[in-house]
Design a protein around this ligand. Structure first.
Ligand SMILES: NC(=[NH2+])NCCC[C@H](N)C(=O)O
Length: 409
């Protein structure tokens, strides 16, 4: 039986991808809570959905099978026991068990159909949804102070981050920000209970209960043997080392983990906001991460002879890529063409965040016209998608997709 997961590169022909269509969770954003929910503005739901459908269709037109997170979760909750366990775990992760309305919320959710239940958990539960006579806790009465029992999860359409495929396995990521921590629970249920995945040996290289954070936007599969991971605002050195050890010790094909330090700031939250692979030897790059004289802090983690990880330091990205990919030439394509204004504007709108669907073929946002033109000049085929609402969440085509199956190179 064909294994359901296979991702051994960033650019191998994309066969199956996981998306999440933006839903009601995006409409539950209000100005007071934008920052904590990691948005800069409120997308207009009908338009963001239209743009997202365009993205999904662009992928389907190229023969990619598009799976939806919301559908897979519904299908995974196929027995009363799994449903109940899911609801309980989700409520505990939302802290509804601590001096909270755990039982009311549990009953409320379990009365719903699977589709309603999943939509509700994703879009958040408002305090106004539970009748006043059932409210017994102080926090339930303070509706004006904070309107939600459980927060909406507007970042769910960035399926890249809560889980990521490496080889035949996955990382179910311990997320950094409270606003996103619960997101990886969906993948746990999918991997453990969805008929497409149960019965297969799917190694979990790092699990969501690990104490230090790591997110999929920082994880790049450079080749069958090498991955790159950003040491970033979201991914910690501890989790990167732990992942490396697990990959080395558990028969993965990965021999090297390249850890790349990137500045900790909102605009560069993940490695893929400043660096993506578009062809065998071509990468997009935001010039600002290259540092003065192109010097960076890069560490290569390998399996040491005594079972401990061996770490060596490098400082030139191009040279490291040539070394680990065994190539004579690497082309770094600067976001915004190196023009200072275009670079920071287009990076802000994810100009470096491309999704490769085959070597030399990428999906990008239409608004990044300078970067798109430059990619074309480098011989890359660029498929543009509309982006006025999608981009408000600060993530691009790579962030909005979790590859499940790519052809090997
Ligand atoms: N892989 C990525 N770059 N994801 C972008 C995620 C954006 C999201 N608003 C967040 O702050 O988490």
């Amino acid at each position: 039986m064909k294994h359901p997961i296979n991702v051994t590169s960033e650019i191998g022909e994309l066969k199956t991808v996981l998306l999440k269509r933006p839903g009601k969770e995006v409409e539950n954003l209000t100005p007071d809570f934008l920052e904590r929910l990691l948005f800069d503005d409120i997308p207009y739901l009908p338009t963001i959905q239209k743009e997202h459908d365009y993205f999904a269709n662009a992928l389907r037109n190229r023969g990619v099978e598009v799976l939806y997170l919301e559908t897979l979760v519904c299908e995974a909750l196929h027995t009363p026991e799994i449903r109940e366990q899911f609801v309980e775990e989700m409520l505990i992760a939302s802290k509804a068990n601590i001096n909270g309305a755990f039982n009311q919320l549990k009953n409320y959710l379990l009365e719903m159909t699977n589709q309603q239940l999943v939509d509700k958990v994703m879009s958040g539960i408002l305090k106004s949804e539970i009748p006043s006579n059932q409210k017994t806790h102080l926090y339930e009465l303070t509706e004006d102070f904070y309107p939600f029992y459980i927060d909406p999860m507007p970042n769910l359409y960035f399926t890249r981050d809560p889980a990521a495929s490496i080889g035949n396995g996955v990382t179910i990521n311990p997320m950094k920000r409270t606003a996103r921590k619960r997101e990886s629970l969906f993948m746990k249920y999918i991997i453990n209970h969805h008929p497409r995945f149960v019965g297969h040996d799917i190694p979990v290289w790092i699990d969501r209960d690990y104490n230090f954070s790591i997110e999929g936007g920082d994880q790049l599969i450079l080749s069958k043997e090498t991955i790159a991971i950003g040491i970033s605002d979201r991914s910690t050195a501890q989790a990167i080392e732990k992942l490396a050890v697990n990959l080395f010790e558990n028969n993965s094909t990965i021999k090297k983990v390249v850890a790349i330090e990137i500045p900790k700031c909102r605009a560069f939250m993940h490695l893929d906001t400043v660096f993506t692979m578009v062809d065998f030897n071509k990468f997009t790059i935001h010039p600002e991460i290259l540092g003065k004289h192109g010097t960076m802090r890069i560490y290569i983690l390998e399996n040491g002879s005594d079972g401990a990880v061996q770490i060596t330091e490098r400082n030139n990205l191009k040279e490291v890529l040539m070394e680990v990919l065994d190539l004579e030439e690497i082309v770094l394509i600067p976001c915004g063409g190196g023009d200072q204004i275009a670079a920071s504007r287009e990076q802000w709108n994810d100009g470096s965040n491309t999704l490769a669907i085959a070597p030399g073929v990428v999906v990008t946002y239409d608004r990044n016209f300078v970067s798109n033109e430059l990619l074309r000049q480098h011989g890359i085929e660029v498929i543009e998608i509309p982006s006025s609402e999608l981009s408000r969440g600060r993530g691009g085509p790579r962030c909005m997709s979790m590859p499940i199956y790519r052809e090997d190179l």
